[in-house]
Design a protein around this ligand. Structure first.
Ligand code: CMC
Length: 392
């Protein structure tokens, strides 16, 4: 069957050419369409970055206005989707709900009569960007047993999300610019990361010419895993466990050094590509200090996180394997300070990553990538004779 090169986990296999995101893991460099992540996080809005990733250039004022207005107009989710939503158990994890409902969007928004293929894709893109925050906040409200909030389209993207998350029938949520700015930075830093597990999933599913909703729903499922986006929830749970255990970080560093026997890894540490500081983690660590002090929040796990980082970075095990804090290490501490509950952290990652998934799906289609179909090296039985059931 020909010669197959085995590369478990695709550690050295390039699956595509891409013009979206540049990543240099040795130097710790990350750029979207040639713009430094540090610059974008400091100066751009999340929707500008979304436009940049998806369409390749920063929008002009006019392009931005059209894009943003379209998103505002599509934030409502088809009311019939609530019937599906109401069938979920109250305690359902919001990531499971999110991937299911995005998959369901392919049934609700599949066809747009009379429009060209390109117009359809643009409308699907707008719908995804507009509706994902609405769906995300539904699952949170449901977990509280609270009534859902509808979007208020006079609000900008992030304030609209915050309003749906936190407003109560008895009291409107007061939008705090510190919170909005912090979320803007976090969403931008999560917006794309080239061919990571969830993005490769989106491209692979899409390569069979499955529709964009199904492809992105698959990406959300991939993101949920604790080795990928699910790590941000695991980090906070780990830091809480260390705190409850008396705060001895060296004990946990020792456990992680023996990961092979203990099965314990330091969540938020290590990365497939970065063998140097994750540039996103650098920005997020600084933002955690800023945001907590501006909001007057004193979270004891921040000190534990810093202590753990310090201890790990001075340990030969971590030094020799080039394991550094990654994007998930400090992000949860900020989310928590903003009032976002732990089981919503990975949902926040999904909202941030959505433009990247969309951009990668679109590029995959435009480049007319062939169907993704890895090979294997077969290790099973050789040809055997069949024994009928009566004789087994
Ligand atoms: N704690 C302890 N040891 C680790 C860790 C860790 N967090 N990460 C890697 N190692 C060790 C691993 O045991 C292996 O050791 P050895 O050489 O003795 O066999 C070595 O470092 C290389 O690790 P690997 O598992 O071969 O590396 P990988 O590229 O396959 O995995 C990773 C990358 C991110 C899955 C892994 O570092 C990990 O499990 N980290 C914890 C989970 C996490 O924080 N994930 C978030 C990733 S960043 C953003 C995102 O995708 O959400």
């Amino acid at each position: 069957t020909g010669y197959v090169t085995l590369d478990r986990g695709y550690k050295n296999t390039g699956a595509t050419k891409s013009a979206i995101t540049f990543l240099d893991g040795e130097e710790g460099i990350l750029q979207y369409r040639g713009y430094a992540i540090e610059d974008l996080a400091a100066k751009a809005s999340f929707l500008e970055v979304a436009y940049l990733l998806i369409y390749g250039e920063l929008p002009t004022k006019e392009q931005y206005a059209v894009f943003e207005t379209a998103i505002r107009r599509h934030t409502l989710v088809n009311e019939d989707m609530r019937k599906i939503f109401d069938g979920f158990p109250v305690k359902a994890h919001p990531m499971g709900v999110l991937s299911s409902l995005v998959s369901a969007m392919s049934a609700f928004y599949s066809d747009i009569e009379g429009s060209s293929e390109e117009d359809k894709t643009d409308l699907h893109i707008i719908r995804l960007l507009a509706k994902l925050p609405t769906i995300a906040t539904w699952s949170y409200k449901r977990s509280l047993g609270h009534p859902m909030n509808y979007p208020k389209n006079q609000l900008d993207y992030i304030p609209n999300f915050l309003n749906m998350m936190f407003s109560l029938p008895v009291e409107d949520y007061k939008i705090d610019p510190v919170v909005v700015e912090a979320l803007n930075v976090l969403l931008i830093l999560h917006a794309d990361h080239e061919q990571n597990c969830s993005t490769s999933t989106v491209r692979l599913v899409g390569s069979s010419q499955a529709n964009i909703y199904s492809s992105i729903s698959a990406g959300i499922s991939a993101l949920w895993g604790p080795l990928h986006g699910g790590a941000n929830q695991e980090v906070i749970e780990m830091l809480e466990a260390i705190r409850a255990d008396g705060g001895d970080v060296s004990k946990y560093v020792d456990m992680a050094k023996n990961a092979k026997t203990t099965g314990f890894r330091l969540f938020g540490f290590g990365h497939r590509v970065y063998k140097n500081f994750d540039p996103r983690a650098k920005i997020i660590k600084k933002a955690a200090d800023d945001v907590l002090s501006k909001l007057g929040v004193n979270d004891p796990v921040l000190e534990i996180a810093k202590g753990l980082e310090e201890a790990a970075l001075h340990d030969d095990y971590f030094i020799s394997r080039k394991l550094y804090p990654n994007v998930d290490f400090y992000s949860g501490i900020i989310y928590r300070a903003l009032g976002i509950p732990t089981n919503m952290f990975t949902v926040m990652f999904a909202i941030g990553r959505l433009p990247g998934w969309i951009a990668q799906w679109k590029e995959m289609r435009e480049q007319k990538e062939p169907i993704g179909r890895p090979r294997q090296i077969y290790t099973g039985a050789t040809l055997r004779e069949f024994t009928p059931l009566s004789k087994r």
